[in-house]
Design a protein around this ligand. Sequence first.
Ligand code: UFG
Length: 330
Amino acid sequence: MTVLVTGGAGYIGSHMVWRLLDAGEEVVVADRLSTGFDWAVPPEANLNIGDIGDPDFIGPLLKRHDIQSVFHFAGSIVVPESVTDPLGYYLNNTVKSRALMEACVKAGVSHFIFSSTAAVYGTPDGMAPVAESAPASPESPYGTSKLMTEIMLRDAAAAHPLRYACLRYFNVAGADPNGRTGQSTPNATHLIKVATQAALNKRPFMEVFGTDYGTPDGTCIRDYIHVTDLVEAHYLALQHLRSSEENLVANCGYGRGRSVLEVIDMVKQVSGSDFEVKLAERRPGDAVSIVANSDLIKDRLGWTPQYDDLEKIVGNALSWEAALERRNRK
Ligand code: UFG
């Protein structure tokens, strides 16, 4: 039973490809290499370069490989960018996901595992961890573009023989502890990536976006989850869909919040670099604080995080960043 990974040349997708290969699965990747890299796809996986929104590309691919299960990672992921380019986000994340779903229904795909986001919640009431039952109220076009896809998936699964899981990621960070892949986009905007680049002198300084939020140190709070724990949740979701009729919408996070300043301190501590940090204005689209209640995925899938440790997340991210630098120097 062959598995398709869209966005398999990207950050989270490439970790998923390695996890599936480790489990002995047959893996096909679809990626247009807009932000991913062909070298991030292991040679054992079958890489196909093309757009998931193009039915003439994706339809034949699904049929040729007799794909039963799809992991859908391809999409745009930068919250502030979605505020300035909402239509681009609705195209990439919503319209193209719809095209992919239609191709999957036509090809008789059985399982669809979707890369959703905590951004569907916006800023939840209070500081308590947010559960799946909380109202969805995105504060950015990015969050809305993902929520719309969740809704399409729910309705498509009700009408067709397709089962699905939507995994709502909190802040994914870190890299494969075995050093096989990591976050490679040079102009990435995510906090831990940016801080590790500053620590390795790949940028002269970094900025803290907003220091006047109503949090203990005034900076935003997020739940940082190691990418390896996240892909494990996906693998468990696949096994769940293969063995049961139950669809799933589940949070993936550790249930612990860290402020922007706490994360920067950890990067300084682990790297031993006292890089320059400038205090800046708030960034549009940012929720103040968002932390996961992940009881549901623990109960239903037996998900047991192995890397719930900010020091490990930062350590693996730094190792990957240093490896990228060596690679670029060659
Ligand atoms: N931040 C800085 N400086 C930087 C980069 C980020 O201060 O250079 C701050 C942001 O303002 C924010 C926090 O660090 O307060 C985290 O920002 P990220 O860009 O790392 O991540 P986001 O929270 O914006 O978004 C990520 C994912 C989304 C997911 C969300 C869930 O990209 O898919 O986490 O919280 F929905």
